[in-house]
Write a protein that binds this ligand. Structure first.
Ligand code: HEM
Length: 436
């Protein structure tokens, strides 16, 4: 038996998550679902879960597989024998044990929290470079050059998405994998296009094709880079990048195949780019809409860790995580046959009042024990890059708040991206005075 919460009165919202009002603010829709139809059998046959307890249980249970329909059935028409589909079959994100366990343990050996922590200084340098580039000359001394004049304490504008949130994660993953700086620009677009493949069946044909081509280009790029990275006779320089560590793991035995090596490098871009950009973009937006919390964080920078966790919970960069039932199961008391698709609305589960006190309130000091959000999923597929994403957001937001004063939102209703799975905005223009 499950506790059925009291039904929310008021009109039923549009049941389409992509309806303009739901795209702008999906949380009333999620609340309605959780309170009225928490295990909804949708018209396309999938099951929509919106309660925290159901999602947390499903994501931790191996009877629910992440292997998507388009991989199993070649649902991307004409792609049955397409190389991207073969690449997809060695993507860790979509694998079940024992392949998943083997691949994940190998990659996580190279991707340790210690390795991530050694990137703190690099991330700080990248954030400072991006902010320096976005600010007019002299701005950090409190002087701003405008039309040849120097204004003391002038106001400055920047687009948080284009100038900071979007380029940072690409630069970080490029440095992590040892991709030369001049290739980064290419990666921004490719990883962005490829990440749309996460939308699976909800994707239009043109975006699907662009995603496939981008996936192929990334795959080819890493095939070439791996060849260059392989140690050659006389090559006595030790390499410390993640790709070289994975090559070493590949060469140490037969446990990491060549295809797995290449697809894992590609996955790190696709999984780590827009997600982290959206965390930074959504995070700045949420803080600007809650000036009291913004001031609190500015006055007490020690809150940055709990603030980033709260921003992850409050407006999750990943809204949906899908699973397929591998046998007949019961979820929250409802029988579900084998072979059905379940969509866990993690964005809505993060606002479940049965799990989070006062869930619609942004509280940058929310205690850790009250903030076990599902934004990085849970169980065996818990995000491998979570500590990297957290570190990037902590450094980016912490530095932005330290280097600016009187931050204000210049686009009160920023345009939300077209993605289904990922949630973020196209542009976020802000104005501020540089901090002296
Ligand atoms: C705020 C940023 C991020 C969010 C919200 C996020 C979210 C997620 C989620 C929800 C999953 C699990 C999907 C599932 O259960 O089916 C996942 C898996 C994964 N993420 Fe992230 N991610 C972020 C950043 C990153 C970064 C920076 C990297 C690496 C550079 C990364 C690499 C991965 C990988 C490799 C997996 C697959 C893990 C597995 O299947 O075992 N992610 N991420």
């Amino acid at each position: 038996m499950t506790n059925v919460p009291p039904r929310r009165s008021g009109p039923q919202p549009a049941m389409d998550p992509l309806a303009p009002e739901n795209r702008a603010d999906p949380y009333p829709f999620y609340h309605w679902l959780r309170e009225n139809d928490p295990i909804r059998h949708a018209v396309d046959g999938s099951w929509i879960l919106s309660r925290y307890a159901d999602g947390a249980a499903v994501l931790r249970d191996a009877r629910f597989s992440p292997n998507p329909a388009w991989l199993r059935e070649g649902a991307v028409k004409g792609a049955e024998n397409h190389p991207v589909r073969q690449v997809g079959t060695s993507l860790m994100m979509f694998l079940d044990p024992p392949d998943h366990t083997r691949l994940r343990s190998l990659v996580s050996k190279a991707f340790t929290p210690r390795m991530v922590e050694t990137m703190r200084a690099q991330i700080q340098r990248l954030v400072d470079e991006l902010l320096d580039a976005a600010l007019p000359a002299g701005a950090m001394d409190g002087r701003v050059e405008m039309d040849g004049r120097v204004e003391i304490d002038g106001r400055v504008e920047m687009d948080i998405v284009a100038d900071l949130a979007y380029p940072l994660p690409v630069a970080v993953i490029c440095e992590l994998l040892g991709v030369p700086p001049f290739d980064r620009e290419l990666f921004r677009q490719l990883s962005s296009d490829a990440s749309r493949l996460l939308d699976g069946g909800a994707l239009d044909k043109a975006s699907q094709e662009r995603g496939m081509v981008a996936g192929m280009q990334l795959f080819q790029y890493f095939t070439d880079l791996v060849e260059q990275r392989r140690p050659h006779p006389g090559d006595d320089l030790p390499r410390h990048d993640l790709l070289s560590a994975m090559i070493a793991a590949e060469e140490a035995g037969d446990r990491l195949s060549h295809a797995e090596l290449i697809t894992t490098a590609t996955l790190l871009f696709v999984a780590g780019h827009e997600t982290t950009s959206n965390l930074i973009g959504n995070g700045v937006l949420a803080l600007l809409r809650h000036p009291g919390e913004l001031r609190r964080l500015q006055d007490d920078p020690g809150l940055i860790r709990s603030a980033v966790e709260e921003l992850l919970r409050y407006d999750s960069p990943v809204q949906y995580v899908a699973r397929i039932t591998t046998e007949d199961v019961e979820v929250g008391g409802v029988p579900i046959p084998a072979g059905e698709q379940l969509i866990c609305i993690v964005g809505g589960m993060n606002r479940d009042p049965a799990q989070f006190p006062d869930p619609d309130r942004l509280d940058v000091g929310r205690p850790e024990r009250e903030n076990r959000h599902l934004s990085f999923s849970a169980g065996p597929h818990f995000c491998l890059g979570a500590s990297l994403a957290r570190l990037e957001a902590q450094v980016a937001l912490g530095t932005l708040l330290r280097r600016t004063r009187d931050l204000e939102l210049l686009t009160p209703e920023p345009r939300v991206r077209e993605h289904f799975v990922l949630r973020g905005v196209h542009e976020l223009r802000v104005g501020f005075s540089p901090a002296a």
